[in-house]
Design a protein around this ligand. Structure first.
Ligand code: MN
Length: 410
């Protein structure tokens, strides 16, 4: 199923509905990230810009939303003038027709018309909402910051705000067409994990499993991953964001893989653990403990609960299991073997928009990922599923990706 121009049009309309009449939203595309000399990192579109326009290619563009309208239109899209020389080298020049078809936006202008055409929009009574990212990474040179400087230098009395919360409210609840993309990403990710599981006894290094995963994705026509894959053997699995994937796999190691294919911008996020050869009884006991918690937390997901309560439940259950396994001496020590949240929202961003303080509603997709990390046993177990909050409870979208020890090659 395609995410078509109509989807993006509906989302723009919803943002316009939520805006005050004195506000203007300006949403910028991402720009390519420089790698070295004349090389760039693979391009990834700004998630909010993609959600509102459907444009995924590296063409610098800018969406303006104006509730009270401007020259008879409440939405405008600015993009570069077609450049035949650039097209000869890089291909793909967008025209007004092609942009209109993809986005459903009929009021288009060129980048260099921004000041001359839209300058009159800005005044001291206006508030401009931008898609400046608001994370710890405030040093990142997002194009929205350049637009802000441009406006501020000419209209110093304009006030600024963020469009991100308006987009976030919409993005949290997935439409069926978005769920279709997530389901496909999950299906292909699951196939890739099975390929790694089968390959494990035959390979020596973590990166060989990564290669098997990427091969399986591309074989299914999926080119992108939502995040750098974690292929962590033995003690590396106790390092939460390990991503070197360059270590030798021991004969008695368990291997933790945390991977996610990305389909049309939507990312899966799955973690499974399997042995290189066979699990020892002790490794299997820790695995079964985490699996019990995984299943109990999934069973607790339903609309109307406070999201944070899943975290509390996971911590309580993991503490009980860790005590039984003698991993800790007292409940207060749980942070030595479990130190992260049990869940995050999932969607266009692998750690998607949403607040931990909110109530879960139907249409939200979250992960459930309890874990136990045992340094002294060179063992890290995390079992991560992606689940959909439904009208009546929960649907485990990753139910088809094997996690039971009984059914497999242990
Ligand atoms: Mn995750």
């Amino acid at each position: 199923m395609k995410i078509d121009a109509d989807f993006h049009k509906r989302k723009r309309n919803a943002v316009l509905q939520a805006m005050n009449h004195s506000e203007i939203a300006i949403v910028t595309s991402s720009w390519p990230a420089w790698k070295s000399h004349d090389q760039f990192f693979p391009f990834r579109q700004d998630s909010n810009f993609y959600y509102l326009t459907g444009l995924s290619q590296a063409t610098p563009a800018l969406l303006i939303l104006i509730p009270e309208g401007f020259q008879g239109h409440s939405e405008w899209l600015l993009f570069p003038r077609p450049d035949e020389v650039k097209a000869r080298w890089d291909g793909g020049v967008e025209t007004k027709d092609s942009i209109s078809e993809k986005t459903g936006i009929t009021s288009l202008a060129y980048w260099d018309e921004f000041e001359i055409k839209f300058g009159r929009l800005f005044s001291s009574s206006r508030k401009v909402l931008l898609n400046v990212p608001e994370l710890d990474f405030s040093f990142i040179p997002h194009p929205s910051k350049q637009i802000q400087e441009k406006i501020r230098s000419s209209f110093p009395l304009v006030t600024f705000g963020s469009v991100n919360p308006l987009a976030a409210t919409l993005r949290q609840k997935k439409d069926p067409v978005e769920l279709g993309k997530l389901r496909r990403a999950i299906e292909v990710t699951g196939t890739g994990i099975e390929r790694m599981r089968e390959s494990a006894p035959l390979v020596d290094f973590e990166y060989e499993l990564e290669a098997a995963f990427v091969y399986e994705l591309k074989r299914h026509g999926v080119k992108e991953q939502g995040y750098h894959p974690i292929i962590a053997a033995g003690k590396n699995a106790t390092v939460l964001h390990y991503s070197d994937n360059n270590n030798q796999i021991g004969e008695h190691d368990c291997i933790l893989v945390d991977v996610g294919a990305e389909v049309d911008g939507y990312s899966a996020d799955l973690t499974r653990v399997f042995p290189k050869n066979r699990m020892t009884d002790r490794q299997a006991a820790v695995y079964e403990a985490v699996l019990r918690v995984n299943e109990k937390v999934i069973a607790a997901v339903r609309p109307g609960i406070v999201y944070q309560s899943l975290n509390d439940l996971a911590k309580e259950l993991l503490t009980e299991e860790a005590m039984k396994l003698k991993l800790i001496q007292s409940p207060a020590d749980i942070t030595s073997v479990y130190m992260h949240r049990v869940s995050h929202f999932l969607g266009l961003d692998v750690h998607d928009v949403g607040q931990y303080t909110q109530i879960l509603e139907p249409g939200m997709v979250i992960t459930v990922e309890p874990g136990l990390y045992v340094n002294q046993e060179n063992l890290g177990i995390r079992i991560e599923d992606d689940v959909l909050v439904t009208e009546t409870g929960v649907e485990n979208l990753t139910a088809g990706v094997r996690k039971s020890l009984k059914s497999g090659s242990y």
